[in-house]
Design a protein around this ligand. Structure first.
Ligand SMILES: *Cc1c(COP(=O)(O)O)cnc(C)c1O
Length: 378
């Protein structure tokens, strides 16, 4: 029984991409970001592949994601950074030695309480907002956060293992904002040093900064998207430029193939009209599967030997291709995105077609899409 659509994840590509990233930051440890189900690639298999490629740390947004890695038996250092009050996974994260990020005093208090409850010393990393204005303590709140952390460290309740921040415009390495953020980060490190903190890792670089901003590497780099062989976009250009290989390939099998006359409106709204008599191929994937509706009329698909554009609108479960007079049959495989080296469209191509970023294309495939893993460790 063949599934109607398959998302194939190449674990060797993930491992090889981590090696490439390590080579870009030879003096730094590598933390592979595996949040959001490893950007859609499968949390545990992708994490294991990243470790096989030489990653020293793993990073997740949610505490629950970090705890899931621990439950899978993964013992390497893990950093998690996004949690709200009364997070159900905090106690387990602290107990299992996950590095929990604190951006505010209430988070330090919650970590300290969890540490006392578990009878362990919590591993905490402090996050400073150097200009993204998202998570992290603002420059005004930073000295008080650092003092509070230093007091808890002296009391033996927590250990401040890291200090970190995040860029707003990493995909524009030439932007002055990056230099300003680096300056603010160094100032924040000085404040922490003056308070007696001696973090093991200081870090600010995501994929784009790992590839293009060596001054931002510090003790550890924190790439996500590049681990999966997709470009961060912006000024960075295509992933091949850095020797990165896309790990995800999305294929589907034509569900119906039929001849229609010229002048036939296709799919809802009849936004595409066949110029001549032609063959239509029905692709059984739609926006409920993560195919962006915004890519109607534009999304590229390799089918019957050529790259075609989605004919008309993307529907909830399906869309249509105009195959002209090329030979095609039901069950034939088409490729939505995969590897440019194999002549396939890429996640970046779909991002352009849908007016979004490659991140959104690979992270949003729905639960109806069958996933398989290939390569070592699959
Ligand atoms: C997602 C994320 C990363 C990884 O970013 P990429 O652009 O995918 O490399 C790094 N750090 C933080 C805080 C993140 O949220």
């Amino acid at each position: 029984m063949l599934p109607r659509a398959t998302c194939e994840v190449d674990l060797d590509a993930i491992a090889a991409n981590v090696e490439v990233l390590r080579a870009h930051a030879p003096g730094s440890a590598v933390l592979a970001v595996v949040k959001a189900d490893a950007y859609g690639h499968g949390l545990v298999p992708a994490a294991r592949a990243a470790l096989a490629g030489g990653a020293d740390w793993l990073g997740t947004a949610l505490l629950a994601e970090a705890v899931a890695l621990r439950q899978a038996g993964i013992a390497v250092p893990i950093l998690a950074w996004l949690w709200a009050p009364q997070d159900a996974d905090l106690a387990e994260a602290v107990l299992t030695g996950v590095d929990v990020t604190a951006s505010a005093g209430w988070q330090l208090e919650a970590c300290a309480a969890a540490a006392r409850g578990a009878g362990v010393r919590a591993r905490v990393q402090l996050k400073v907002d150097t200009g993204l204005a998202r998570n992290g303590a603002s420059a005004t709140d930073w000295p008080a956060l650092v003092e509070q952390a230093a007091a808890l460290e002296r009391a033996g309740t927590i250990r401040v293992t890291g200090i970190w921040s995040h860029f707003a415009l990493a995909d524009a390495p030439s932007s002055a904002t990056n230099a300003e953020q680096l300056g603010a980060f160094r100032a924040a490190l000085d404040v922490a040093g003056a308070a007696g903190l001696t973090p093991q890792v200081r870090h600010i670089a995501n994929s784009a900064a790992t590839l293009a901003a060596p001054a931002a590497h510090f003790d550890l780099v924190r790439p996500g998207i590049a681990v999966y062989g997709v470009s961060p976009g912006g000024e960075l250009g295509r992933p091949e430029r850095y020797g990165l290989r896309p790990a995800m390939t999305l294929r589907a099998r034509l569900a119906l193939v039929k001849r229609v006359p010229g002048g036939q409106g296709v799919s809802y709204g009849h936004e595409y009209v066949t110029p001549d008599e032609t063959t239509l191929g029905l692709v059984p994937l739609g926006y409920a599967d993560g195919i962006p509706r915004a890519a109607g009329g534009r999304g590229p698909v390799l089918a019957a030997g050529r790259i075609r554009r989605v004919a008309g609108r993307v529907c909830m479960d399906q869309f249509v291709l105009d195959l002209g007079d090329d030979r095609a049959g039901e069950g034939d495989e088409v490729v939505l995105f995969g590897s440019a080296a194999r002549g396939e469209p890429t996640a970046e191509d779909w991002a352009v077609a849908a007016g979004t970023i490659g991140y959104e294309i690979i992270t949003r495939l729905g639960p109806r899409v069958h996933r398989t893993w290939v390569g070592t460790g699959a």
